[in-house]
Design a protein around this ligand. Structure first.
Ligand code: GLN
Length: 547
């Protein structure tokens, strides 16, 4: 027993081997799904890099920055955790080595280690374990899912691995188990599953003192009996402890694969838990089993479009809608840094301009917005997509020819999108950002109807209150609101505490809506984000009309 509490907490550690990008986050989340309706499941992610968080990293390298309610900037894995576990994570669940060192340095300067030599072992490894125990107690978790980013053998991960080895003695071996996710390639020309990299990865983990209880081997096909046997032999496990992680096109089907192979029941037995009820899982299966008819084509515009991971949550939010409407959604990645392909535009049923930063591709995005507005193509603007919709409208409809955002042209005489005075004083990168969940009040409008329909708002008289996450620096300039509203672009939602523009919609258009927030971050399979739901509904209607 580790904890001061009488509750017996359980721990599952997930490491990766051979290569990164095997989907540890999806695996962790998929396992969590089965426990989430009976237990308080708390995922935690350890990353070896020295950045404090992924907020300042290039999304090309690192994928989407996933913002939590408390404003923490985490990575895509937190998106999977929240979507599969249907809960909200917080800052302390995302730990980078940068954060650990910062804390060690702070404690050392503060005199907490007075007289001692501050060392990687035990001070750093103790701190890592302290973080785990502390949050598990604070949140009163039943099951901690601890994922180590990257792969075993990365030098930067060694202290996490060592801390997690030590954790076993601290929490009792009956309360912890270790799962290792690896890769089995089938080299071209050989056409045979090769288990050697997996064997070596397991051995490497064992030399660091962790003997995995379960192995999942990712492969383009089902693991053969022979591969399982070999892996089991080298890992000192039985064949039942080796699972196939076959490639899938739809990540929501991953839990089913694990369930059918018995992994979930084996983990639960190993942790000494009674048989699971799996109710949420069963509800998922019903949703996923629905037949999907027809298809709509939706464009996502932007400069990072060649890296789909940058917009992972936008894509997921569309997937959620696709299950709800029983329709297929074909996503078109529209790069706006080059000349826009007009022929592609004509085939679209809806357009999304998602979040973004900087100058590149801006005029292309504005051109696409004009197309959506004039041709009554359903449009959803997210964050930058709201700001650019306002700029476009001011230029083309309100005749303010040089309307712009300060971010794009710091010298513009008509800053429709500006930085508010209080933000200008903040110098630390990230400090001037409006980050995390904020409440907004929404007037009677299409947007309000959607939030009410999906029941994720509080109703207050004529208005409804919603909470969405933010990650941006600039705001709609209050001085221009009257001008754009008079021409038909209405502000239908303001932030509760500061009267900042949060939601807009265009009159006399089937669906032209935008928000300063990132509603995609809260979309779930069970409850899609309302504005995406509205977009797909409008896209289906558009498709019907076109036929
Ligand atoms: N670049 C814009 C801003 O900082 C929008 C940010 C975003 O789309 N996330 O305000």
């Amino acid at each position: 027993m580790t904890t001061t509490n009488s509750k017996q907490r359980k721990f599952l550690v997930i490491t990766g081997g051979v290569i990164s990008g095997l989907g540890k986050g999806v695996t962790t989340s998929s396992i969590g799904l089965f426990f989430s309706d009976q237990y308080k499941v708390l995922p935690m992610k350890f990353d070896g890099y020295l950045n404090t968080d992924p907020g300042t990293m290039n999304p090309f390298e690192h994928g989407e920055v996933f913002v939590l309610d408390d404003g923490a900037e985490t990575d895509m894995d937190f998106g999977h955790y929240e979507r599969f576990l249907a809960n909200s994570a917080n800052k302390q669940q995302s730990i980078t080595m940068g954060k650990i060192y910062q804390e060690i340095r702070r404690r050392e300067r503060h005199g907490d280690y007075l007289g001692k030599t501050v060392q990687l072992i035990p001070h750093v490894t103790d701190l890592i374990q302290e973080k785990i125990i502390q949050i598990s107690e604070e949140q009163d978790a039943d099951l901690m899912l601890i994922e180590v980013g990257g792969t075993v053998g990365d030098l930067e991960n060694d202290l996490f691995i060592e801390a997690l080895r030590q954790l076993r003695a601290k929490v009792g071996s009956e309360n912890i188990c270790y799962l290792h996710l690896t890769y089995v390639p089938i080299p071209y020309g050989v056409n045979e599953q090769k288990t050697k990299p997996t064997q070596q990865s397991i051995n490497l983990l064992q030399t660091k003192g962790i003997w995995p209880d379960f192995i999942i081997a990712r492969c383009t096909e089902t693991l053969t009996e022979n591969s399982r046997k070999k892996i089991a032999l080298f890992a000192g496990l039985t064949e039942q402890d080796v699972y196939s992680g076959e490639d899938v096109t739809n990540i929501y089907t991953v839990p089913k694969g694990y369930e059918e192979q018995g992994l979930i029941d084996n983990i639960s037995t190993k942790l000494g838990l009674p048989p699971l009820k799996k109710e949420r899982y069963k509800r998922w299966q019903e949703l996923l089993a629905q037949e999907r008819k027809g298809s709509v084509k939706i464009a996502i515009c932007g400069k990072y479009t060649d890296l789909e991971d940058s917009y992972a949550s936008v894509v997921e939010a569309l997937h959620h809608c696709s299950f709800h409407f029983g329709t297929n959604i074909e996503i078109v990645w529209l790069e706006t840094s080059h000349t826009i392909n007009k022929e592609i535009l004509k085939t679209l049923d809806a357009i999304i301009v998602p979040g973004g930063f900087g100058n590149r591709g801006i005029e292309g995005k504005i051109e696409v917005i004009t197309y959506a507005r004039e041709n009554k193509i359903p449009y959803l603007g997210i964050c930058y997509g709201l700001q650019l919709a306002v700029v476009e409208f001011a230029r083309k409809v309100c005749n303010i020819k040089d309307a712009n955002s300060l971010e794009i042209d710091p010298k513009t005489t008509n800053p429709l999108i500006t930085m508010l005075d209080e933000q200008k004083k903040v110098v630390n990168l990230g400090g001037s950002m409006r980050l995390g969940a904020y409440e907004a009040k929404i007037k009677k409008s299409k947007i309000q109807e959607l939030y009410k329909k999906l029941k994720i708002c509080k109703e207050e008289k004529e208005e409804c209150i919603v909470s969405e996450r933010h990650r941006h620096r600039y705001e709609v300039n209050p001085e221009y609101i009257k001008i754009i509203e008079e021409k038909g672009l209405k502000v239908v939602g303001y932030s509760r505490e500061r009267e900042l523009v949060e939601f807009i919609e265009l009159e006399n258009h089937p669906y032209f809506v935008a928000t300063q927030a990132h509603p995609e971050l809260k979309s779930k399979l069970e409850t899609p984000a309302p504005l995406f739901y509205g977009l797909v509904q409008a896209a289906l209607e558009h498709r019907k009309k076109e036929k």
